[in-house]
Design a protein around this ligand. Structure first.
Ligand code: NAI
Length: 308
Protein backbone atom coordinates (compact mmCIF):
# COMPACT_ATOMS: atom_id res chain seq x y z
CA UNK A 1 0.00 0.00 0.00
CA UNK A 2 1.17 3.53 -0.76
CA UNK A 3 0.13 6.72 0.99
CA UNK A 4 1.04 10.31 0.15
CA UNK A 5 0.75 13.14 2.63
CA UNK A 6 0.83 16.57 1.00
CA UNK A 7 2.12 19.28 3.33
CA UNK A 8 4.96 18.23 5.62
CA UNK A 9 4.08 20.81 8.26
CA UNK A 10 2.79 20.17 11.75
CA UNK A 11 -0.36 18.22 10.84
CA UNK A 12 1.06 16.43 7.78
CA UNK A 13 4.22 15.26 9.53
CA UNK A 14 2.26 14.07 12.59
CA UNK A 15 -0.16 12.21 10.34
CA UNK A 16 2.77 10.60 8.49
CA UNK A 17 4.44 9.70 11.78
CA UNK A 18 1.29 7.89 12.94
CA UNK A 19 0.93 6.10 9.59
CA UNK A 20 4.53 4.88 9.78
CA UNK A 21 4.37 3.81 13.44
CA UNK A 22 1.28 1.74 12.70
CA UNK A 23 2.81 0.37 9.47
CA UNK A 24 -0.36 1.18 7.57
CA UNK A 25 1.56 1.44 4.29
CA UNK A 26 4.81 0.00 2.96
CA UNK A 27 5.50 3.23 1.09
CA UNK A 28 4.83 6.71 2.45
CA UNK A 29 5.62 9.89 0.51
CA UNK A 30 5.69 13.32 2.11
CA UNK A 31 5.41 16.19 -0.36
CA UNK A 32 5.85 19.89 0.36
CA UNK A 33 6.40 23.01 -1.70
CA UNK A 34 9.12 24.31 0.61
CA UNK A 35 12.54 23.32 -0.71
CA UNK A 36 14.02 20.35 1.18
CA UNK A 37 11.41 20.50 3.93
CA UNK A 38 9.64 17.20 3.22
CA UNK A 39 12.98 15.51 2.52
CA UNK A 40 14.26 16.60 5.93
CA UNK A 41 11.11 15.49 7.77
CA UNK A 42 11.18 12.13 5.98
CA UNK A 43 14.83 11.50 6.88
CA UNK A 44 14.16 12.47 10.51
CA UNK A 45 11.21 10.06 10.62
CA UNK A 46 13.16 7.26 8.90
CA UNK A 47 15.81 7.64 11.59
CA UNK A 48 13.15 6.55 14.11
CA UNK A 49 12.50 3.28 12.22
CA UNK A 50 15.11 1.27 14.12
CA UNK A 51 14.02 2.83 17.41
CA UNK A 52 10.32 2.22 16.88
CA UNK A 53 10.64 -0.94 14.80
CA UNK A 54 8.55 -0.01 11.79
CA UNK A 55 9.19 -1.13 8.21
CA UNK A 56 7.40 1.64 6.32
CA UNK A 57 9.68 3.33 3.79
CA UNK A 58 9.25 7.10 4.05
CA UNK A 59 10.54 9.51 1.42
CA UNK A 60 10.21 13.26 1.08
CA UNK A 61 9.92 15.29 -2.13
CA UNK A 62 9.75 18.95 -3.05
CA UNK A 63 6.76 19.39 -5.32
CA UNK A 64 7.61 16.35 -7.50
CA UNK A 65 4.25 14.66 -7.96
CA UNK A 66 5.68 11.85 -10.10
CA UNK A 67 7.05 10.36 -6.85
CA UNK A 68 3.49 10.10 -5.50
CA UNK A 69 2.35 7.91 -8.42
CA UNK A 70 0.08 4.99 -7.59
CA UNK A 71 -0.91 6.17 -4.12
CA UNK A 72 -3.90 4.37 -2.62
CA UNK A 73 -4.69 7.21 -0.22
CA UNK A 74 -3.63 10.86 -0.32
CA UNK A 75 -3.97 13.16 2.68
CA UNK A 76 -4.01 16.88 1.86
CA UNK A 77 -2.77 19.09 4.68
CA UNK A 78 -1.11 21.79 2.56
CA UNK A 79 -2.14 25.33 3.31
CA UNK A 80 -1.87 27.95 5.97
CA UNK A 81 -2.90 27.14 9.53
CA UNK A 82 -4.87 29.56 11.72
CA UNK A 83 -3.10 32.22 13.74
CA UNK A 84 -4.55 33.34 17.10
CA UNK A 85 -7.78 35.28 16.54
CA UNK A 86 -8.08 34.09 12.94
CA UNK A 87 -11.14 32.11 11.85
CA UNK A 88 -10.98 29.08 9.58
CA UNK A 89 -13.07 31.08 7.12
CA UNK A 90 -10.35 33.71 6.71
CA UNK A 91 -8.10 31.05 5.27
CA UNK A 92 -10.42 30.33 2.38
CA UNK A 93 -8.93 32.40 -0.44
CA UNK A 94 -5.34 31.31 0.09
CA UNK A 95 -6.03 27.68 0.81
CA UNK A 96 -8.53 27.22 -2.05
CA UNK A 97 -5.80 27.93 -4.61
CA UNK A 98 -3.39 25.59 -2.85
CA UNK A 99 -5.85 22.70 -2.38
CA UNK A 100 -7.17 22.86 -5.96
CA UNK A 101 -3.69 22.84 -7.46
CA UNK A 102 -2.49 20.05 -5.21
CA UNK A 103 -5.56 17.87 -5.81
CA UNK A 104 -5.27 18.22 -9.60
CA UNK A 105 -1.57 17.27 -9.53
CA UNK A 106 -2.27 14.29 -7.29
CA UNK A 107 -4.95 12.99 -9.61
CA UNK A 108 -2.58 13.03 -12.61
CA UNK A 109 -0.38 10.41 -10.95
CA UNK A 110 -2.84 8.57 -8.67
CA UNK A 111 -6.15 8.42 -10.54
CA UNK A 112 -7.53 5.75 -8.19
CA UNK A 113 -6.59 7.44 -4.91
CA UNK A 114 -8.98 8.13 -2.07
CA UNK A 115 -8.47 11.72 -0.96
CA UNK A 116 -8.65 12.93 2.62
CA UNK A 117 -8.86 16.71 2.91
CA UNK A 118 -7.63 18.31 6.14
CA UNK A 119 -6.76 21.87 5.00
CA UNK A 120 -9.11 24.56 6.35
CA UNK A 121 -11.78 25.76 5.94
CA UNK A 122 -12.16 22.00 5.60
CA UNK A 123 -15.86 21.75 4.64
CA UNK A 124 -15.31 24.19 1.79
CA UNK A 125 -11.99 22.63 0.73
CA UNK A 126 -13.70 19.20 0.60
CA UNK A 127 -16.50 20.64 -1.55
CA UNK A 128 -13.89 22.29 -3.78
CA UNK A 129 -12.04 18.97 -4.22
CA UNK A 130 -15.32 17.19 -4.99
CA UNK A 131 -16.37 19.75 -7.59
CA UNK A 132 -13.01 20.35 -9.24
CA UNK A 133 -11.82 16.72 -9.48
CA UNK A 134 -15.05 15.10 -10.65
CA UNK A 135 -14.22 11.88 -8.76
CA UNK A 136 -16.89 9.54 -7.40
CA UNK A 137 -18.15 11.20 -4.21
CA UNK A 138 -17.11 8.25 -1.98
CA UNK A 139 -13.45 8.97 -2.69
CA UNK A 140 -13.46 12.48 -1.20
CA UNK A 141 -13.44 12.60 2.60
CA UNK A 142 -13.05 15.71 4.74
CA UNK A 143 -11.45 15.24 8.17
CA UNK A 144 -13.02 17.46 10.81
CA UNK A 145 -15.75 15.67 12.73
CA UNK A 146 -13.35 12.84 13.55
CA UNK A 147 -11.19 15.34 15.42
CA UNK A 148 -14.11 17.29 16.90
CA UNK A 149 -15.69 14.05 18.16
CA UNK A 150 -12.41 13.10 19.81
CA UNK A 151 -12.26 16.52 21.48
CA UNK A 152 -15.90 16.10 22.56
CA UNK A 153 -15.03 12.80 24.27
CA UNK A 154 -12.01 14.44 25.91
CA UNK A 155 -14.15 17.19 27.47
CA UNK A 156 -16.80 14.63 28.46
CA UNK A 157 -14.13 12.49 30.13
CA UNK A 158 -12.98 15.52 32.11
CA UNK A 159 -16.55 16.25 33.26
CA UNK A 160 -17.19 12.61 34.15
CA UNK A 161 -13.67 11.94 35.43
CA UNK A 162 -13.53 8.78 33.32
CA UNK A 163 -11.46 7.10 30.62
CA UNK A 164 -12.24 8.78 27.27
CA UNK A 165 -12.11 5.36 25.60
CA UNK A 166 -15.26 4.38 27.51
CA UNK A 167 -17.17 7.20 25.82
CA UNK A 168 -19.08 7.40 22.57
CA UNK A 169 -20.18 10.65 21.04
CA UNK A 170 -20.47 12.47 17.74
CA UNK A 171 -20.00 15.99 16.53
CA UNK A 172 -21.83 16.58 13.26
CA UNK A 173 -22.27 19.63 11.00
CA UNK A 174 -19.56 22.03 9.89
CA UNK A 175 -16.02 22.10 11.27
CA UNK A 176 -16.21 25.79 12.28
CA UNK A 177 -16.31 27.06 15.88
CA UNK A 178 -19.95 28.07 15.51
CA UNK A 179 -21.14 25.47 13.01
CA UNK A 180 -20.27 22.16 14.68
CA UNK A 181 -22.93 20.33 16.67
CA UNK A 182 -21.81 18.13 19.58
CA UNK A 183 -24.70 15.68 20.00
CA UNK A 184 -24.89 15.61 23.80
CA UNK A 185 -28.28 13.83 23.66
CA UNK A 186 -26.73 10.73 22.08
CA UNK A 187 -23.39 10.59 23.92
CA UNK A 188 -22.90 7.56 26.16
CA UNK A 189 -20.53 6.37 28.89
CA UNK A 190 -20.39 2.69 28.04
CA UNK A 191 -24.12 2.36 27.37
CA UNK A 192 -25.31 4.95 29.89
CA UNK A 193 -26.59 8.23 28.41
CA UNK A 194 -24.32 11.03 29.64
CA UNK A 195 -27.41 13.25 29.78
CA UNK A 196 -28.44 11.14 32.81
CA UNK A 197 -25.02 11.49 34.43
CA UNK A 198 -24.29 15.21 33.98
CA UNK A 199 -26.53 18.20 34.66
CA UNK A 200 -27.57 20.45 31.76
CA UNK A 201 -25.16 23.28 32.65
CA UNK A 202 -22.20 20.86 32.62
CA UNK A 203 -23.31 19.29 29.34
CA UNK A 204 -23.73 22.74 27.79
CA UNK A 205 -20.22 23.65 28.92
CA UNK A 206 -18.81 20.43 27.43
CA UNK A 207 -20.49 21.30 24.13
CA UNK A 208 -19.24 24.90 24.24
CA UNK A 209 -15.67 23.81 25.09
CA UNK A 210 -15.75 21.30 22.22
CA UNK A 211 -16.85 23.95 19.76
CA UNK A 212 -13.94 26.22 20.58
CA UNK A 213 -11.56 23.30 21.21
CA UNK A 214 -9.35 24.24 18.25
CA UNK A 215 -9.32 27.97 19.07
CA UNK A 216 -8.45 27.20 22.71
CA UNK A 217 -5.35 25.34 21.56
CA UNK A 218 -4.45 28.03 19.04
CA UNK A 219 -4.55 30.54 21.91
CA UNK A 220 -2.34 28.34 24.10
CA UNK A 221 0.16 27.15 21.49
CA UNK A 222 0.24 30.18 19.19
CA UNK A 223 -0.69 28.18 16.11
CA UNK A 224 -3.26 25.49 15.41
CA UNK A 225 -2.97 22.02 16.94
CA UNK A 226 -1.36 19.02 15.26
CA UNK A 227 -1.21 15.91 17.48
CA UNK A 228 -4.95 15.15 17.42
CA UNK A 229 -5.51 16.41 13.83
CA UNK A 230 -2.60 14.26 12.59
CA UNK A 231 -3.83 11.22 14.56
CA UNK A 232 -7.37 11.73 13.26
CA UNK A 233 -6.09 11.80 9.66
CA UNK A 234 -4.12 8.60 10.26
CA UNK A 235 -7.15 6.91 11.86
CA UNK A 236 -9.06 7.47 8.61
CA UNK A 237 -6.14 6.16 6.54
CA UNK A 238 -6.12 3.07 8.76
CA UNK A 239 -9.87 2.50 8.36
CA UNK A 240 -9.50 2.74 4.57
CA UNK A 241 -6.42 0.57 4.09
CA UNK A 242 -7.55 -2.07 6.59
CA UNK A 243 -11.10 -1.95 5.27
CA UNK A 244 -12.34 -1.53 8.84
CA UNK A 245 -15.92 -0.42 8.04
CA UNK A 246 -15.68 1.75 11.16
CA UNK A 247 -18.00 4.62 11.96
CA UNK A 248 -16.49 8.12 11.95
CA UNK A 249 -17.94 11.58 11.54
CA UNK A 250 -16.54 12.87 8.25
CA UNK A 251 -17.32 15.66 5.85
CA UNK A 252 -18.93 14.06 2.78
CA UNK A 253 -21.16 15.00 -0.13
CA UNK A 254 -24.83 15.06 0.88
CA UNK A 255 -27.53 14.26 -1.65
CA UNK A 256 -30.68 14.52 0.40
CA UNK A 257 -29.30 12.98 3.59
CA UNK A 258 -30.10 15.07 6.66
CA UNK A 259 -32.26 17.20 4.36
CA UNK A 260 -29.28 18.73 2.54
CA UNK A 261 -28.06 18.79 -1.05
CA UNK A 262 -25.03 20.11 -2.97
CA UNK A 263 -22.85 20.50 0.11
CA UNK A 264 -20.13 18.60 1.99
CA UNK A 265 -20.83 18.44 5.71
CA UNK A 266 -19.96 16.31 8.74
CA UNK A 267 -22.19 13.27 9.27
CA UNK A 268 -21.59 9.72 10.57
CA UNK A 269 -20.21 7.50 7.81
CA UNK A 270 -18.77 4.02 7.44
CA UNK A 271 -15.14 4.17 6.28
CA UNK A 272 -13.62 1.23 4.41
CA UNK A 273 -11.53 0.34 1.37
CA UNK A 274 -13.83 2.27 -0.97
CA UNK A 275 -13.58 5.51 1.02
CA UNK A 276 -16.80 6.53 2.73
CA UNK A 277 -19.12 3.66 1.99
CA UNK A 278 -22.38 4.59 3.67
CA UNK A 279 -23.95 7.54 5.44
CA UNK A 280 -25.76 6.71 8.69
CA UNK A 281 -28.79 8.94 8.26
CA UNK A 282 -30.51 8.93 11.66
CA UNK A 283 -33.38 11.15 12.71
CA UNK A 284 -32.38 14.34 14.50
CA UNK A 285 -34.67 16.17 16.92
CA UNK A 286 -36.22 19.41 15.68
CA UNK A 287 -33.59 21.50 17.48
CA UNK A 288 -30.72 19.37 16.20
CA UNK A 289 -32.04 19.52 12.63
CA UNK A 290 -32.43 23.30 12.93
CA UNK A 291 -28.80 23.56 14.11
CA UNK A 292 -27.70 21.30 11.25
CA UNK A 293 -29.56 23.46 8.72
CA UNK A 294 -27.97 26.60 10.20
CA UNK A 295 -24.56 24.97 9.96
CA UNK A 296 -25.26 24.08 6.31
CA UNK A 297 -26.25 27.69 5.60
CA UNK A 298 -22.96 28.95 7.05
CA UNK A 299 -20.89 26.45 5.05
CA UNK A 300 -22.89 27.18 1.88
CA UNK A 301 -22.15 30.85 2.44
CA UNK A 302 -18.44 30.07 2.59
CA UNK A 303 -18.65 27.83 -0.47
CA UNK A 304 -20.13 30.75 -2.41
CA UNK A 305 -16.77 32.55 -2.00
CA UNK A 306 -15.29 29.89 -4.32
CA UNK A 307 -17.43 31.14 -7.19
CA UNK A 308 -16.25 34.75 -6.78
P1 NAI B 1 1.84 24.11 8.56
O1 NAI B 1 2.08 25.52 8.14
O2 NAI B 1 2.65 23.56 9.68
O3 NAI B 1 2.03 23.14 7.31
C1 NAI B 1 1.46 23.40 6.07
C2 NAI B 1 2.47 22.94 5.03
O4 NAI B 1 1.86 23.06 3.75
C3 NAI B 1 3.74 23.81 5.00
O5 NAI B 1 4.87 23.00 5.23
C4 NAI B 1 3.73 24.42 3.60
O6 NAI B 1 5.01 24.59 3.05
C5 NAI B 1 2.90 23.40 2.85
N1 NAI B 1 2.34 23.93 1.60
C6 NAI B 1 1.79 25.16 1.37
N2 NAI B 1 1.41 25.25 0.08
C7 NAI B 1 1.71 24.07 -0.50
C8 NAI B 1 1.55 23.55 -1.82
N3 NAI B 1 0.99 24.28 -2.79
N4 NAI B 1 1.98 22.30 -2.05
C9 NAI B 1 2.55 21.55 -1.09
N5 NAI B 1 2.72 21.98 0.17
C10 NAI B 1 2.31 23.23 0.46
O7 NAI B 1 0.28 23.98 8.89
P2 NAI B 1 -0.45 22.82 9.72
O8 NAI B 1 -0.54 23.21 11.14
O9 NAI B 1 0.16 21.54 9.36
O10 NAI B 1 -1.94 22.92 9.13
C11 NAI B 1 -2.19 22.52 7.80
C12 NAI B 1 -3.64 22.79 7.41
O11 NAI B 1 -4.51 21.94 8.16
C13 NAI B 1 -4.12 24.22 7.69
O12 NAI B 1 -4.98 24.65 6.67
C14 NAI B 1 -4.90 24.07 8.99
O13 NAI B 1 -5.84 25.09 9.19
C15 NAI B 1 -5.55 22.71 8.76
N6 NAI B 1 -6.03 22.02 9.94
C16 NAI B 1 -7.22 21.34 9.81
C17 NAI B 1 -7.73 20.61 10.84
C18 NAI B 1 -9.00 19.83 10.63
O14 NAI B 1 -9.53 19.27 11.60
N7 NAI B 1 -9.51 19.74 9.42
C19 NAI B 1 -7.06 20.59 12.15
C20 NAI B 1 -5.81 21.29 12.17
C21 NAI B 1 -5.32 21.99 11.09
Amino acid sequence: MKVTVVGAGAVGATCADNIARKELANELVLLDIKDGFAEGKAIDMMQTATLLGFDTKISGVTNDYSKTAGSDVVVITSGLPRKPGMTREELIGINAGIVKGVAENILKFSPEAIIIVISNPMDTMTYLALKSLGLPKNRIIGMGGTLDSSRFKFYLSQALDCNPNDLQGFVIGGHGDTTMIPLTRLATYQSLPVSNLLDKATLDKVAADTMVGGATLTGLIGTSAWYAPGAAGAALVEAILRDEKKLFTCCVSLEGEYGQNDICLGVPVIIGRNGWEKIIDFKLTGDEQAAFNKSADAVRNMNSVLAE
